[in-house]
Design a protein around this ligand. Structure first.
Ligand SMILES: [Zn+2]
Length: 128
């Protein structure tokens, strides 16, 4: 399992722009690519309490995963935002973690990535 996520600065900014549009709701999406992040895929937050939690809308998620597969890209990470909190996994983030890719969290104090539910941090290396 990767200990480093490589993301071009331009795509990090694209992700931030998506999450700003969603605020004060939490935003969620996917990072995909081969070695480094090549695509940012915003997804609708379908959680009934979107200001404090997120749920990638299942049909949009399925469609996005199929598209990635069709393009030969791998899912590299799932990202979401904490519009009013730190870039640390919440108890709910840990309890509901299902994916075997890093969880990237954009908080008020920056952006960090973790394997969940273990909580081991993954380095984010910004390129460019
Ligand atoms: Zn969270």
């Amino acid at each position: 399992m990767s200990q480093v996520l490589y993301v071009p600065r331009r795509l990090l900014e694209e992700t931030r722009a998506h999450l700003l549009r969603e605020a004060p709701r939490e935003g969620v999406g996917l990072w995909a690519g081969r070695r480094e992040v090549e695509r940012v895929i915003p997804l609708p937050n379908a959680h009934p309490h979107p200001h404090t939690a997120y749920l990638a809308e299942p049909l949009a998620l399925l469609k996005a995963l199929r598209e990635l597969e069709g393009e030969g890209l791998a899912l590299l990470a799932i990202y979401h935002s904490h519009p009013a909190g730190p870039a640390l996994p919440s108890p709910t983030d840990i309890k509901e973690a299902r994916w075997r890719v890093p969880y990237v969290i954009f908080g008020t104090d920056g952006v960090r990535a973790f394997w969940l539910p273990e909580g081991r941090e993954v380095s984010l290396l910004v390129l460019g």
